[in-house]
Design a protein around this ligand. Sequence first.
Ligand code: C2O
Length: 634
Amino acid sequence: MKRWSLPAAAPAVAAIVFLLSTTAIRLAAAAAVEHTFVVSKMNMTHLCKETLVSVVNGQLPGPAIEVTEGDSVTVHVVNKSPDNITIHWHGVKQRLNCWADGVPMITQLPILPNHNFTYRFDVAGQEGTLWWHAHVSCLRATLHGALIIRPRDGAGSYPFPKPHREIPIVIGEWWAKDLAQVARNMSHNLFADYSSASTINGKLGDLFNCSGAVEDGYVLDVEPGKTYLLRVINAALFSEYYLKIARHKFTVVAADANYVTPYTTDVIAIAPGETVDALLVADAPPGRYYMVALPNQAPLPDTQTPEYSTRGMVQYSNDHNSGNGAAALRSSRSAEEEEEDGGPSGDVPVAPEMPDKHDTITSFYFHSNLTSLRHRRRSQVPARVDESFFITLGLGSICRRGYPACKRSGNNESLLVATMNNVSFQLPAVTTPLLEAHYYHTNAEDTLQVLPAKPPRVFNFTDRTLIAFGPKEGHLEPTSKVTMARRFRHGTVVEVVFQSTGLMQGDSNPMHLHGHDMFVLAQGLGNYDAAKDVARYNLVNPLVKNTVLVPNLGWLALRFVADNPGVWFMHCHYEFHLSMGMAAVFVVEDGPTLDTSLPPPPVDFPTCGHDNNQLHNEFYLATEKTEVLGINEV
Ligand code: C2O
């Protein structure tokens, strides 16, 4: 089995395998972490309704993978579900290992029902919280879990006080629906499906009940005075969330597995795809405090969709029978505090005051206040720029097949699509994944079209009146649908300014790039204006992220170095935007040397005919028979 980037010491210990390891055993040398993920359908009942959901190893959220920086990870995926699956290791840089990135038809063939696939990758040069998820449209709503990377020298070498315990907080959604059907509906331009609840660590919480039966909530037991590291992940399909715990503050210490300058706040804003590591000190009077996750959404005239807050609880350990704790809590609360919390305390846990669900500025401040920590792992932002892009993000329409000149603005003759620079992405109509075609230099790449470096027209991008259908947006609406990509010479420094527009919606856009981290130089509200905004670039300690949240009716400027050869997906992490085509492919060419070039696929990697793998015929035929659940079949 071929390994490309194992540290020199690794082979000696590669035999040390932790099967389904959940214990925090740490070794000085790199270890091999091995998991088996059995994907299957399981019945779960919430809100009086039984729903068949896809899960890994019967768990929701799925199993957490815990590693030490430098470890190599092997995950055997056994697909016992009726859907095609791939697993993406969100945020793992996959240096020289694009083959393990897990994007169907871009880096690999999907894993068909009753087939297996083994992912092998090293986790190097990153510390903090990442996550994994199915990269198959809506199925990721239940197929996901944490990926926790601890420093090689142990938790003692965190650049912050060593926490007493570490707690994953996975924010998600409960869908009382068949998500494969939801995905098909989205791919047919039907967007009337909504989740039924939000969840914290898979639990709906006591804001949800049916026929009087209250849903279980997530409970975090804390000891007074102790510090906890919350590893917060937004695994939801649709919304950014605000997370608060009554009477407590967070100190944010990392985001997307990069350390940040400690930032104290009472609210965390986290968009789909993002992760936030935050310290929580149990320094409130012993008692019970609600932890609330509230999904935000752009205000009217944007379409308002049903979205729900969820809550769990932080419970002090000496408060189990609530008597003493509640008394302590009562005696410590002032009248104004009683007022603020909405009434007398008694045994009622204290609830935080949440931002308004239409408040988008709190997220803007949260995101713009983060900077990277001066740390041995911190990479330097490149000063030079080789290629620049200005990419507008919005909606548009294309004519349905058979309607060459169609009526638009929501008419049935046209399809609503999501775009970058007025082009909407569609998966290539090929049977060979793009990475394989790229590696073997077939002409499949000829089907790709170039992602434009700027939008076709300049207009007032953030004009609110464009949000509602009308004559003004009408002439901006026509767009096209192609497989768009951009090739970069190895080592190219790319600068991208993303501009969220008001075209038929005023959403924010969490843009995720596979295989690379990005330096966030600046962000702002309204239209980007190079003449004044370049001066605001942070070239000293910019935040480093794999998912950047481009604010509602605002912009964000970033740089990244295209130095990881392969074919990398770049897309919005809102599932509806992705399914509507807000995506592109970045092809990074090989560098001049062996260790800057993409190695051949692993020996057991099923390909479409560029090796003599026995599997290939079987896979090829099965692909023809089975529907490939693409991201946007039109
Ligand atoms: Cu978290 Cu392309 O994905």
